[in-house]
Design a protein around this ligand. Structure first.
Ligand code: BG6
Length: 485
């Protein structure tokens, strides 16, 4: 694979929430990897900011530990790590008070691109943005990066948007949905819009339905108190699965331009049908002897929060009117797998009498693991015995196809560099987030009103039985999570 690491302009990145879990697991290791790849200029500055009192040295020590834990051995070399941590410093800042702001003002350079990364609770977004403005730290070449959750419903999202808009312009705000930074998600756009093969078939005439699955094996232990106020619908569907749906369903934008692309995604969200109660299945994992149940993990024995959700979603536009999109996501499922399956229709008429194994074509886009795609094609089984048909995958694992010697970059690496480059293509615009909540809210409100208990499902399973029924009743079935068809 040809490496195309083009260094970005020099920058000062101020990481609020620098001692938090996301900073340790994702943001700092990703910055290090880009530094190791030669993309981060030697004079870039990374300034950690958080409430606790830390010396620069203690912060650097934490960064070394994070690199040790989360960066692969091949990329951990002493001199590069030394040079990287040399770029990092720390300022204790009081988000709502005065402490630390003047130090921060003198720590950032006027001439460098300034990125303020809010890896903090959303309740601090507004106060931090205001402090940056009031203290004259933010300017025209500043960028603001905010992490999810971006609100818990339409109203809170609107408030957050208004709070940020009071201090920053929309073109300066980068709302992260890290799924958009995943290589295969970007590849979905390449497959659709850089090939002539699929687009003519990409509509309700030829596509029977689409399945989007994001299955995880982890539970919510460790972050149960946050998760219990969120649930799979808010944590995964409103953002990650919604983005996958949008990129699969949207019209081709006229150009690969951030706003043109986001305009097309927004149109999809606005075309989503309301989801009736019978088209949603919620689940909660139960205890399995060794492992605690969802309720134990969440430390809430009456919890009605879902750790699994499956939905049938209709899109009311010309392209998709009769093609349902089935979405499912859950914790503690049988395996970690994220994929989009585009299931084509059967041929209108079969000329083969005995076509035993023949099935309609399906295009599977695998986000993780084994990033790649496969297209199932029906062919004749070799040898005598008549026209015996079988389905075989035209399989392409990106790492093999592109000869990637190296691991596929983490989504955060791409996204942080895009912030510095000033490219908003893979970030959510304010109106898009609000539209996603406007669609999600009535579904959640209906549950809260009914106070239904989610269906229990076994850990290591594919979710509750009822989720299988969601497709069975339409004469369809979910793709086997173990990788079969
Ligand atoms: C996060 C969710 O946004 O995405 C988590 O809050 C989830 O609950 C995670 O586990 C999944 O991301 P990834 O990149 O591990 O698939």
């Amino acid at each position: 694979m040809v490496s195309r690491t083009i260094p970005v302009e020099t920058f000062d990145l101020v990481l609020f929430g620098a001692t938090g879990d996301l900073a340790r697991r994702k943001i700092l290791p990703s910055l290090y990897r880009r530094f190791h790849a030669g993309q981060v200029p030697e004079d870039a500055r990374i300034i950690g900011a958080a409430r606790s009192d830390l010396t620069d040295d203690a912060f650097r020590k934490d960064i070394r530990a994070a690199i040790d834990e989360f960066v692969s051995k091949a990329k951990r070399d002493g001199p590069t790590i030394d040079a990287f941590v040399e770029r990092c410093s720390y300022i204790a800042i009081d988000a709502k008070g005065d402490g630390g702001w003047s130090e921060l003002k003198s720590a950032v350079r006027d001439e460098a691109i300034k990125a303020f990364y809010f890896s903090v609770a959303p309740s601090l977004f507004g106060p931090l943005a205001a402090k940056l403005r009031e203290n004259g730290i933010a300017c025209e070449n500043s960028r603001l990066v905010v992490e999810k959750p971006f609100g818990t419903d339409l109203e809170t999202a609107k408030t957050l948007n208004a709070d940020l808009a009071a201090s920053f312009d929309e073109h300066q705000i980068y709302r992260i949905d890290h799924f958009l930074g995943k290589e295969t998600v970007q590849n979905l756009m390449a497959v659709r819009f850089a090939n002539v093969l699929f687009e003519p078939l990409w509509n309700e005439r030829y596509i029977d339905h689409v399945q989007i699955t994001v299955a995880e094996t982890v539970g919510v232990g460790g972050r149960g108190s946050y998760y219990d106020t969120s649930g799979a619908m808010r944590d995964m569907v409103q953002n990650h699965l919604m983005q996958l749906l949008c990129l699969t369903a949207m019209e081709p934008p006229t150009r690969f331009d951030p706003d043109m692309l986001r305009d097309e995604k927004l149109k999809v969200i606005k075309a989503l049908d309301p989801v009736p109660a019978e088209d949603v299945v919620r689940g909660q994992y139960k205890a399995d002897g060794k492992e605690p149940s969802y309720r134990e993990d969440a430390e809430n024995e009456d919890s009605l929060t879902e750790s699994f959700v499956a939905l049938k979603v209709g899109i009311s536009n010309w392209r998709w009117k009769h093609t349902p999109f089935y979405l499912r996501t859950g914790k503690r499922m049988t395996r970690r797998l994220s994929e989009i399956v585009v299931q084509f229709k059967e041929t209108p008429h079969s000329i083969f009498e005995r076509d035993g194994g023949s099935k309609a074509n399906a295009l599977t886009i695998r986000l993780q693991p084994d990033e790649g795609m496969d297209l199932s094609v029906t062919i004749k089984e070799p040898g005598p015995g008549g026209m015996r048909l079988v389905n075989v995958p035209l399989d392409m694992t990106f790492a093999d196809a592109l000869g990637a010697e190296d691991e596929i970059p983490d989504a955060y690496e791409r996204l942080i560099m895009d912030v510095i480059r000033g490219n908003q293509t893979l970030f959510m615009r304010g109106d898009e987030v609000e539209a996603a909540w406007a669609w999600t809210d009535p579904i959640i409100d209906a549950w809260e009103e009914r106070r239904d208990r989610p269906h229990a499902y076994a850990q290591g399973s594919v979710g509750p039985e009822e989720a299988l029924m969601l497709l069975h009743r339409d004469g369809r079935r979910w793709r086997d999570l173990e990788g079969g068809s």
